[in-house]
Design a binder for this molecule. Structure first.
Ligand code: GLP
Length: 240
């Protein structure tokens, strides 16, 4: 794992954005894995700005998001479908047929998971996967204890994860209890991974990751087994 130390959130976001744009420019039909949460928002803003300035185009891009809540319709304001639309997709030149997120309201969620894996496989490998990290070390919605070989699957969210994500909802009761997420094995199949880490509250998780002990009790440690991972972390997450 390579570590890039960024000054602050803005710097982390810009470095991530520059890396993404550099990689996209070098590829004919890039496949990008995307994440939600507060952490990648600055990077998305930077990508939008590059598009507005005519410095980036996304018409040959295919995207796959990591996860979606079970039970929220695509149109629900707190669904990850809505997040991606609001934070990125509606601002750039990308069409519905280019973007993929799991359907958290599928009648048969097991088939939905298999179908999502198939879609990723048919697109070839994910060239570059963007990740954030949960307070308990989760990646996507893979909570502690998830097998490193897992593929897209349905998960019960930890109480700590629901609490951490309650800030996006009016109350914790509204936070769904389940989600569909790419598995850790699915994530590790990506050719390259960029993990973004920002803020004091992520310091403990980052320190544990950098210690290098690989264990299923700490999902992000799976990245230690990936040959091509870059961590971009800001000072507050490194020095707290
Ligand atoms: C959420 C998402 C993850 C995200 C993580 C951190 O639960 N499923 O993909 O990386 O939490 O979120 P944030 O960036 O808001 O701290």
């Amino acid at each position: 794992m390579e570590l890039i130390q960024a000054k602050d959130y803005q710097d982390m976001s810009q470095r991530a954005c520059s890396l993404v744009l550099e990689r996209l420019r070098g590829m004919e039909d890039p496949v990008l894995g995307l994440a939600t949460g507060s952490t990648p928002e600055g990077m998305y803003n930077c990508l939008i700005e590059a598009y507005r300035k005519g410095e980036a185009s996304f018409n040959n891009l295919t995207t796959f998001n990591l996860d979606e809540y079970v039970g929220l319709k695509k149109e629900h304001p707190k669904s990850y479908h809505s997040y991606m639309k609001e934070k990125l997709f509606k601002h750039i030149n990308i069409g519905e047929d280019q973007i993929h997120l799991p359907n958290g309201t599928a009648v048969d969620l097991d088939s939905e998971c298999l179908e999502y894996e198939k879609l990723i496989k048919n697109a070839g490998k994910i060239d570059l996967q963007i990740l954030g990290i949960g307070l308990n070390g989760h990646i996507g919605f893979n909570e502690p204890g998830t097998s490193f070989e897992s593929r897209t699957h349905m998960v019960e969210l930890d109480e700590s994860t629901r609490k951490a994500n309650a800030r996006f909802f009016s109350s914790i009761e509204e936070v769904p209890k389940k989600a569909v997420t790419m598995g850790i094995g699915t994530i590790l199949d990506s050719k390259e991974i960029i993990l973004l880490v920002s803020g004091k509250n992520k310091a403990a998780a980052l320190a544990r990751l950098l210690k290098g002990e690989v264990s299923e009790s700490f999902p992000a440690s799976a990245l230690g087994e990936h040959p091509n991972t870059i961590i971009i972390a800001d000072e507050s997450s490194l020095n707290s």
